[in-house]
Design a protein around this ligand. Structure first.
Ligand SMILES: Cc1cc2nc3c(=O)[nH]c(=O)nc-3n(C[C@H](O)[C@H](O)[C@H](O)COP(=O)(O)O)c2cc1C
Ligand code: SF4
Length: 426
C-alpha cells in the first residue's frame, strides 16, 4: 500500500500546470463532489475520514465545516491560510509551488461543502514564488472554467482571490489573519464570536490550512476507509514532516502520521551530521516543547506526543546536536516571540519581553539564583489567559527547555558564563 499521495506526482514536470494536473486525475474529485454529491454528504465524508487540520491545532476538518450556518442570507467565505509563519515549517510552500492545482481543488470541494461563494487565499508576503505560481494556476483555472461562474460545468460558482500579507507571525492566527485581510492591523479577535458566525467582513467564514485542503480531493477519490487505513486510529492520513537543523539530509518527507520521530531523524533525514549525537528535537515547529534524545521513540501523532508533554503542531522537526547550548536556543525563541507579540494582552506583551530579558542575562553569565523559578513563574502566568494562543505558544518552548535541559541553565548561572565553546549568534 502506498502512503504517498500529497507529493506523489511532484516530480512530474507539468504537474504545476492545469493540463499536467488533470493528466494525473486532477479535478476528478471536484467534478464528483460538486456534480454528484450533496454538500452535507461531503461534510459527512470528511468527518468519517477523521482528517485533522494541518495548521497546528489538529482540529477535525469535517466538524469545522459543519459549524457553518446553512441558512444565512448573504455571502459566506472560505479562507486558505497560507501564512506559514511557524519557524521550522516549510511544507505549505512546497505544496503551493509543486501542486497549486491540488490546493485549488481542495478549496473548491470545501467551498462547495460549506456553501462559500468566494475564497481568500491569504499568503505571507515573503512567499513571492509560491504566490506567482498560484496566480498562474488561478488564471489558468479561470481560463479553463475550473473557477468562475460554472465550475467544471457543475453549475457551482466560485471565485478565488489571492491576498498577499506583509509578513507577521500573528497573521497566521486565524482571526489576526481576518483582520489583516480586511486591511487592518493583524491583531487577533476575541472569541466568541467564532469565524463561522462572524468571520471575514462580518460574514460566516471557515479558515483552513493549505495542507488540509490538499488532503481533501484524495479523500473524495478514495474514501474514508482508505484514509483511515493510513496513520494512527486517532490521527489518520499522511502528513509532511519538514526536517531542519543538524541532520545529514534536511528536507520534506511525506509519511503516515504515527511514524516514530527517531525513524524520521535517523532514517529519512540521514541522522546527525559529523558523527555527533543528538541532544534535543523540537517535533512540530518552534512553539512546541522540545524532546530530549532519550524520548525520540515517540510516534508522531497528536495523541502520543501529548503524552510526552509536546505536540505535533505543523510537523516542523528541528534537530539539535550535542554542541547546542539550550540557553542560547531559549534566547532565540524568546527574542522571536517578544518581537512578534501583537501587544494586546498584558501577559503576552510583558511576559515575552520579561522571559527574553531573563534568558539573555543567563546566557551572558549574569544570571541570578532564583532566575529559573522566576522564568517558570512568568511562563505559567502567560498560559490560558489571553485573546489568542500565541502567549501559550511562547511559554511552551521555554518550559520544555527547562524541563529537559535545566542543567544547561544551572551551569550558566553557576559558572557565570556560557560553558559551550561556540554559541551561535542571534
Ligand atoms: C500564533 C498562531 C500562529 C498561527 N499560524 C498559522 C499559520 O501560519 N498557518 C496556519 O495554517 N495556521 C496557523 N495557525 C492556526 C490557525 O489559527 C488556524 O487554526 C488554522 O489555520 C486552521 O486550519 P486547519 O483547521 O486546517 O488546521 C496559527 C495559530 C496561532 C495561535
Ligand atoms: S496573546 Fe499575544 S499575540 Fe495573541 S492577542 Fe494577546 S498580545 Fe496579541
Amino acid at each position: 500500500m502506498t502512503t504517498l499521495y500529497l507529493t506523489e506526482h511532484f516530480a512530474s514536470d507539468d504537474y504545476q500546470r492545469l493540463d499536467g494536473y488533470k493528466r494525473q486525475g486532477g479535478y476528478e474529485a471536484a467534478k464528483r463532489a460538486l456534480g454528484e454529491m450533496e454538500p452535507a454528504a461531503v461534510i459527512e465524508l470528511l468527518q468519517a475520514a477523521g482528517l485533522q487540520g494541518r495548521g497546528g491545532a489538529g482540529f477535525s476538518t469535517g466538524l469545522k465545516w459543519s459549524f457553518m450556518p446553512e441558512d444565512s442570507e448573504g455571502p459566506k467565505y472560505l479562507v486558505c491560510n497560507a501564512d506559514e509563519s511557524e519557524p521550522g515549517s516549510f511544507k505549505d510552500r512546497i505544496l503551493m509551488e509543486r501542486g497549486p492545482h491540488q490546493v485549488l481543488e481542495g478549496i473548491l470541494i470545501a467551498a462547495f461543502a460549506i456553501g462559500a461563494e468566494k475564497t481568500f487565499l491569504y499568503i505571507r508576503g515573503e512567499y513571492a514564488e509560491p504566490a506567482r505560481i498560484l496566480e498562474q494556476a488561478i488564471e489558468e483555472a479561470y481560463a479553463k472554467k475550473v473557477l468562475g461562474k460554472n465550475v467544471l460545468g457543475t453549475g457551482f460558482r466560485h471565485d478565488v482571490v489571492l491576498q498577499r500579507g506583509a509578513g507577521a507571525y500573528i497573521c497566521g492566527e486565524e482571526t489576526g489573519l481576518l483582520e489583516s485581510l480586511e486591511g487592518k492591523k493583524g491583531q487577533p479577535r476575541k472569541k466568541p464570536p467564532y469565524p463561522a458566525q462572524h468571520g471575514a467582513f462580518g460574514r460566516p467564514t471557515t479558515v483552513n490550512n493549505v495542507e488540509t485542503f490538499c488532503h481533501v480531493p484524495h479523500i473524495v477519490n478514495r474514501g474514508a476507509d482508505w484514509f483511515r487505513g493510513i496513520g494512527t486510529e486517532k490521527s489518520p492520513g499522511s502528513t509532511l514532516f519538514g526536517v531542519s537543523g543538524h541532520v545529514v539530509r534536511p528536507g520534506l518527507f511525506e509519511l503516515p502520521l504515527g511514524t516514530p520521530l527517531d525513524e524520521i531523524v535517523f532514517e529519512h533525514a540521514g541522522g546527525i551530521h559529523d558523527g555527533l549525537r543528538v541532544k534535543g528535537v523540537i517535533p512540530g515547529g518552534l512553539s512546541m516543547p522540545v524532546l530530549p534524545a532519550n524520548q525520540l521513540d515517540v510516534p508522531m501523532a497528536n495523541e502520543s506526543l501529548r503524552e510526552r508533554g509536546t505536540m505535533l503542531g505543523t510537523g516542523g522537526v528541528i534537530v539539535m546536536d550535542e554542541t547546542t547550548c539550550m540557553v542560547r536556543v531559549a534566547c532565540v525563541v524568546t527574542y522571536f516571540f517578544r518581537d512578534e507579540s501583537c501587544g494586546q494582552c498584558t501577559q503576552c506583551r510583558e511576559g515575552t519581553g520579561w522571559m527574553h530579558k531573563i534568558v539573555e542575562r543567563i546566557e551572558r553569565g549574569a544570571g541570578k539564583p532564583g532566575d529559573l523559578e522566576l522564568l517558570l513563574d512568568v511562563a505559567a502566568k502567560m498560559e490560558g489567559q489571553t485573546i489568542c494562543a500565541f502567549s501559550d505558544a511562547a511559554a511552551w518552548p521555554v518550559q520544555g527547555l527547562l524541563r529537559h535541559f535545566r542543567e544547561d541553565f544551572e551551569a550558566h548561572i553557576r559558572e557565570a558564563r556560557c560553558p559551550f565553546l561556540e554559541s551561535f549568534d542571534l
